[in-house]
Design a protein around this ligand. Structure first.
Ligand SMILES: [Zn+2]
Length: 537
């Protein structure tokens, strides 16, 4: 049965590629001047929709939902897409908050637009206020700026949809969310479950402090996220400790072992851990304990070597404590490789759009925040574009994103758009400050213009899409073969963050943005823009 299914899918793919290539040829009649005209049309539409972009950015900011709990965010975003004739598949890959939205104007290129939507624990922060002021003490907040990416993509998609309709341009737009990106726990599952089958290319968008794109291996790492659980035997800690076998001892010994290992890791590798279960109270020998690691490296083989070492250390710790150990993969991210042809095409559009015009208030806020967090950058918001990012001979370590798995499945780039302040530490309340202010809104509009123009480039220039595919097949994939880090059976860890959201959701609800009553979220919150420490009450 399975073989038949594979055979069928393979042939379906072949047939659809044949149909696709013929329709591509049919569409190849756009002169340079005609393309220029329709690109200027999408740029105007994105500009006219600035209000919608602002509302979307502010709304998602106000929901402040952690990974796997993007309930309000997903409900709201899909309602906009649905009212614009997108067909939505809900709950994809067994993730209740995940969805794929499609709109088609006939056979042609299938272009997917993705971005993340989840937020950061304990990063609650009033927007527009240049010092630490949580909206709800201890609650999550958009201290990574993931509230802005899908608004960029939807704004772009609606502008492109309009011109596809008026010009009869064939093709399909797919809009999808990176659910639980902070846990790198959705995109490899989407890939595994075939959600990118039939997709020709993907444009991913991510908040940044400049407008840019790169190709080749991206700076940063890939990772495997693994939780080790030890099981021992409970006993009265004072009455009969000799009858107990402590799972917490095992988890602590594993960490000791790993920290000795750390001395011998190459500096490009990164690893960090937290205890997710460290027992209940001191007078009971813990029968169960868990420790959760992110193991990162710039290459897949390096990640798997670290994983193997961690498994050995876990087995050693279990042996030392006479406990049992089990583990589960909680998230994965491949090192990212971005497409040269898409990046170069996109960079031409970036140059045309340029950075937003920042107001004096925007710059005052940015410089005050840089000062507040002792940043070594005190120049405020970016006013100059970077050149296109090219692969460097020297690898650079750093963060990961599970868009890596998508980038090894279809030709992909990440557009970074300027909705935040340069020189902040990331995953921090300070990174939330701009995210529902004119800085985020203007940055998102600039990003949407670039996305819309780039989508048009690839919709009407089939040769460009073929070159992107050629780079993907004959350059990128010559370097490395994608092997998923999850198995066919690994479930997505959708129970994560449940307790935190249950604790804070009620409090956060009081702050949801009501765009029918207030022009902006700052207005609803009564924040004067910008609010500086000098005026702190
Ligand atoms: Zn991110």
């Amino acid at each position: 049965m399975k073989n038949f299914k594979n055979y069928f899918l393979k042939n379906l793919f072949l047939i659809s590629s044949l149909i696709l290539s013929s329709s591509l040829v049919a569409q190849n009649n756009y002169s340079k001047s005609k393309l220029k005209k329709i690109k200027s049309e999408v740029v105007s539409t994105v500009g006219e929709n600035h209000k919608l972009t602002q509302v979307m950015v502010d709304k998602i900011f106000s929901f402040a939902e952690l990974g796997f709990h993007e309930v309000e965010s997903s409900k709201y975003l899909t309602s906009i897409l649905k009212s614009n004739s997108f067909e939505i598949e809900y709950g994809v890959s067994g993730i209740p908050t995940a969805w794929f939205a499609k709109w088609s104007n006939g056979d042609g290129p299938v272009i997917a637009l993705g971005s993340d939507v989840d937020c950061i624990p304990k990063a609650s922060q009033y927007p527009g206020v240049a010092y630490h002021k949580p909206m709800v003490e201890g609650a999550p907040g958009h201290g990574e700026g993931h509230n802005s990416g899908i608004p960029v993509n939807i704004t772009a998609a609606l502008a492109v949809q309009k011109v596809m309709k008026s010009e009869g341009i064939k093709g399909t737009l797919v809009v999808w969310p990176g659910i639980a990106e902070e846990l790198v726990a959705s995109k490899a599952w989407y890939v595994r479950d075939g959600l990118f089958n039939g997709v020709d290319m993907c444009i991913f968008t991510h908040v940044s402090s400049n407008l840019g794109v790169s190709w080749g291996q991206a700076r940063g790492t890939g990772l495997i996220s693994v939780e080790y659980t030890f099981e021992g035997e409970a006993a009265h800690s004072a009455g009969a400790p000799w009858r107990g076998r402590s799972s917490l001892d095992a988890a602590e010994l594993m960490n000791v072992g790993w920290n000795y290992k750390r001395e011998h890791l190459h500096p490009l590798k990164r690893s960090h851990s937290i205890f997710t279960d460290a027992g209940d109270q001191p007078n009971v020998v813990p029968s169960k304990a868990s420790i959760w690691y992110y193991l990162r490296d710039v290459k897949y083989d390096g990640i798997m070597k670290m994983y193997n070492d961690a498994n050995n250390i876990a087995a050693g710790a279990a042996m030392m404590t006479d406990t049992k150990v089990s583990s589960r993969v909680v998230g994965t991210a491949w090192p990212r490789h971005f497409n040269k042809v898409i990046a170069e095409t996109m960079y031409e559009n970036i140059k045309k759009v340029g950075l937003p015009k920042w107001s004096e208030e925007d710059q005052i806020l940015a410089k005050a925040v840089q000062k507040e967090v002792n940043s070594n950058n005190n120049n405020g918001l970016a006013t100059k574009l970077y050149p296109i990012g090219k692969p460097s001979k020297i690898m650079v370590s750093g963060g990961s994103d599970d868009i890596g798995d998508v980038s090894w499945t279809v030709p992909t780039v990440t557009l970074r758009f300027p909705s935040n302040i340069p020189g902040l530490q990331g995953h921090h309340w300070s990174n939330a400050i701009t995210m529902a202010t004119p800085i985020a809104h203007k940055g998102a509009t600039a990003g949407a213009k670039v996305v819309a123009m780039t989508v048009l480039d690839f919709l009407v220039q089939p040769n460009l899409l073929s070159s992107a595919k050629d780079y993907f097949e004959n350059v990128q994939k010559k370097e490395e073969t994608y092997k998923p880090m999850i198995t066919a059976d690994d479930p997505p860890p959708i129970e994560l963050n449940t307790e935190i959201m249950a604790t804070y959701r009620k409090e956060l609800e009081k702050f949801y943005y009501d765009e029918t009553k207030y022009d902006t979220y700052l207005e609803q919150l009564g924040v004067s823009y910008p609010t500086l420490k000098i005026n702190k009450k």
